[in-house]
Design a protein around this ligand. Structure first.
Ligand code: NAD
Ligand code: TYD
Length: 353
């Protein structure tokens, strides 16, 4: 048996592939377009491993996907590939519609044709697992209950709107065509191999370089944070035992303001890599807010716990400590991802703030 993973060179996808092959010998075909966010170095430990077949290509390339399905006969598609950064979606939404909406559509169509032609057991076993985000639900007020799976969709950014659209397509392909799908909507992830354009890795790498730590607005926006390894175990649980056509929220029960996150990172760095120039929090700078910035996300992860027995293994304290330590231990990875294109992005996003 084999699984086809899309976006497996990105942050969560590469953690998923590494975890998967640590736990089983079931091969992975990894289809990734290697955008700025895809990084083959994340998978360097799998070089020469016959269980990992890396394919450089686009999920929107229907002929390629059909060929991969016909050749490898996967029992499941686990779909991580996406444009994933809200700030980039504000500067350039077209790529988000192309990959997240049109790309998911193309993948669904290829999956549907492949699945329809499977026989008996293989057809019954097949799964299309769509990996999505809590951001599709929109923003919560301070006292609102956390998002359940029944919360209305109210996406506010081009990113979340494109993910919401993809969720709707996946749902419709199940209801109309019977494609055996499951969808997971997860909160903010953090951990190893996180590209330093997102809050947590950006703060770690900037602090280590003595650069400003740019907090948007008043820094009181709230996110629920989940260690990436826990997201991977949640995806595995839903893939193996989730009910067809259902969605499952995955979250860490860890609501934190951005200020708390940055202060925690500074305190950990003060302990693990003290800076003779003084505490890292001296670098915190409040900058102009993100347009349309969602105030609060919170996940009610009761359904996945009740039905599938999944709970996160890491607390925020244990996960963030591991994460900061990982960045301290991998200066070469950090240096390599801070290419010219990365510097261009930093100038685009922070230059005018
Ligand atoms: P990422 O940006 O780090 O990685 C995305 C990967 O997809 C990259 O390797 C990229 O090369 C690849 N990709 C992009 N366009 C492609 C295309 N057209 N064809 C093939 N590959 C393509 O993203 P991530 O943070 O790892 O997120 C993975 C998935 O999880 C996304 O669907 C995202 O919406 C979802 N998600 C992310 C978070 C989070 O906190 N990062 C939280 C919840 C859900
Ligand atoms: P991010 O990591 O981009 O994830 P998302 O927007 O998908 O939740 O941002 C997390 C939070 O951190 C969000 O409220 C925006 C804020 N943020 C900053 O304050 N400064 C930054 O430089 C970045 C990248 C994010």
């Amino acid at each position: 048996m084999t699984v086809l993973v899309t976006g497996g060179a990105g942050f969560i996808g590469s953690n998923f592939v590494l975890d998967w092959l640590e736990r089983s010998d079931e091969p992975v075909v990894n289809l990734d377009a290697l955008t700025y966010a895809g990084n083959r170095r994340n998978l360097a430990s799998l070089d020469g491993d016959p269980r990992h077949v890396f394919v450089h290509g686009d999920i929107g390339d229907r002929a390629l996907v059909e060929r991969l399905l016909a050749e490898h006969r996967p029992r499941a598609i686990v779909h991580f590939a996406a444009e994933s950064h809200v700030d980039r979606s504000i500067h350039g939404p077209a790529a988000f519609v192309r990959t997240n909406v049109e790309g998911t559509f193309a993948l669904l169509e290829a999956a549907r044709a492949y699945w329809a032609a499977l026989d008996g057991g293989a057809k019954a076993r097949f799964r299309f697992h769509h990996v999505s985000t809590d951001e599709v639900y929109g923003s919560l007020g301070p006292d609102d209950p956390a998002f359940t799976e029944d919360h209305p969709y109210r996406p506010n950014s081009p990113y979340s709107a494109s993910k919401a659209a993809s969720d709707h397509l996946v749902r419709a392909w199940h209801h109309t065509y019977g494609l055996p799908v499951v969808t997971t909507n997860c909160s903010n992830n953090y951990g190893p191999y996180h590209f330093p354009e997102k809050l947590i890795p950006l703060m770690i790498v900037n602090a280590l370089a003595g650069k400003p730590l740019p907090i948007y607005g008043d820094g009181l926006n709230v996110r629920d944070w989940l260690y990436v390894g826990d997201h991977c175990s949640g995806v595995r649980a839903v893939l193996e035992r989730g009910r067809l056509g259902e969605t499952y929220n995955i979250g860490g029960w860890n609501e934190k303001t951005n200020r708390e996150i940055v202060h925690t990172i500074c305190a950990l760095l003060d302990e693990l890599r003290p800076d003779p120039a003084g505490p890292y929090r001296r670098l915190i700078t409040y900058v102009a807010d993100r347009p349309g910035h969602d105030r609060r996300y919170a996940i009610d992860a009761c359904k996945i716990e009740r039905e599938l027995g999944w709970r996160p293994a890491e607390t925020f304290d244990s996960g963030i400590r591991k994460t900061v330590q990982w960045y301290l231990d991998h200066p070469q990875w950090v240096a390599e991802v801070q290419s010219g294109a990365y510097r261009d992005w930093v100038a685009t996003n922070y230059g005018a703030r």
